[in-house]
Structures are given as C-alpha cells and as structure tokens.
Write a protein that binds this ligand. Structure first.
Ligand SMILES: [Mg+2]
Length: 207
C-alpha cells in the first residue's frame, strides 16, 4: 500500500450522528421529518437536494429553501448549520494517526463530499490539513461526489506518481462509499471506531 485516501466528516471528526441529534433536540425536527422532507424535495425537483448541493449544482440557500418548503409550517430549518457545526469536533486521535502515516512516507489524500459554503466552517477544524494531505478533493468544487467512481479516479490521478487504485487504502464512515472503493480495487476500511479503523489500516499496511 502506497497511499491512503480519507474521508473527513465522521472519520476525522466526532460522529455526525451527534450533530444531528443536537440539531434534532434544538429544532424539534426529527430525523424522520428530515427524511420525509428530503424525499419530497427529491420527488419535486427530480434530484436529491443533498446530492446536488454536494456537487455544487445548487447553493446552500436553495438547498435550505427546498427543504423548508416541504416541512410543516411550524418547523424551520433555520439555524440547522450553526447547531450542526457547533457539535462537530475533531477526532484528535485519528488526525494524529493520519499525521503519523504521512510522516512514515505514505501518500495522503482527503476526499470529502462537502458543500462550498461550508468550507469556512469545516477547514478550521483541521488547520493542519495541508501538512497531512497532499491532495484535497472536495465534491462541491469538482462536480462529482462519492460514491460516483469518477471522484475516486480523480483523487488517484491528482496524487499522481503512477499510483493505481490497488495501491490505495480508502477510509470512510459510509458503507456505500466503501463499496465503490472496493469495486475499483482499493482496500476499503469502513470506519466504525477509531480503534477499529486504526487496526484495519495498520493491518492493510502490514500486508
Ligand atoms: Mg463521512
């Protein structure tokens, strides 16, 4: 293994579920309500609002407008992002582990499904980003998102050096993203806990 491609949210941060739970408590909007609104917006516009947001095809404002339009009148999505990011914290151990891997000579890339307007919120959580990762691929700026194979290929290509997918370990907390990585020949580690992910990465590196 010559390279590692890491996800950001849920791998280098505390679990995203913590942020959603906090938002649910503060907004009174349950995950089921949110899911129903997402499904209704998908039906109305012919595309999943989060997917097009993460590909930079719509602005955050339009995303929030589409969801708000599907929620009951007494519920509002306003303030969702503030609460979400307020409860998102660094996974210090995992970030330290990534820094060690870079120091050991592994080629390192960050591959994130993200949102253009969120960059000023998530990047400050990882001030050492450019010291650890040679390549940062953000879906919102490249117009494709995980699990589309093109974004994995783009990441490997940007790492350069004749690397192939088979040389890469891929770490993500979403199974469907890991599935594509495996189909492309990468060794995928489905992040569940820091301890488990570290052990699986170490074992892939020892092969
Ligand atoms: Mg994630």
């Amino acid at each position: 293994m010559k390279a590692l491609i890491s996800d950001f949210g849920g791998v280098l941060t505390t679990p995203l579920g913590n942020s959603f739970a906090a938002w649910q408590r503060e907004s009174g909007i349950g995950l089921a309500d949110l899911g129903t609104a997402m499904a209704a917006a998908t039906e109305r516009h012919g595309e999943h609002p989060l997917f097009v947001l993460e590909k930079g095809e719509i602005a955050q404002e339009e995303f929030l407008r589409r969801l708000d339009a599907e929620l009951d009148d007494d519920l509002s999505i306003d303030g969702m992002l503030d609460v979400y990011f307020e409860h998102l914290e660094r996974n210090h151990e995992m970030i330290g582990f990534m820094a060690d891997l870079r120091a050991r000579g592994l080629r390192m890339a960050l591959l994130t499904n993200n949102v253009r307007e969120w960059e000023p919120r998530w990047r400050p959580l990882l001030p050492e980003i450019d010291d650890i990762f040679e390549v940062v691929v953000d879906s919102a700026f490249v117009g494709v998102r995980k699990p589309e194979p093109e974004i994995y290929a783009l990441t490997v290509e940007r790492l350069g050096g004749g690397l192939e997918p088979v040389d890469c370990i891929f770490v993500d907390d979403i199974e469907v993203n890991c599935e594509t990585a495996r189909q492309l020949g990468m060794t995928a580690v489905m992040f569940e806990t820091t301890e488990q992910a570290r052990a699986e990465i170490d074992s892939a590196l020892a092969q």
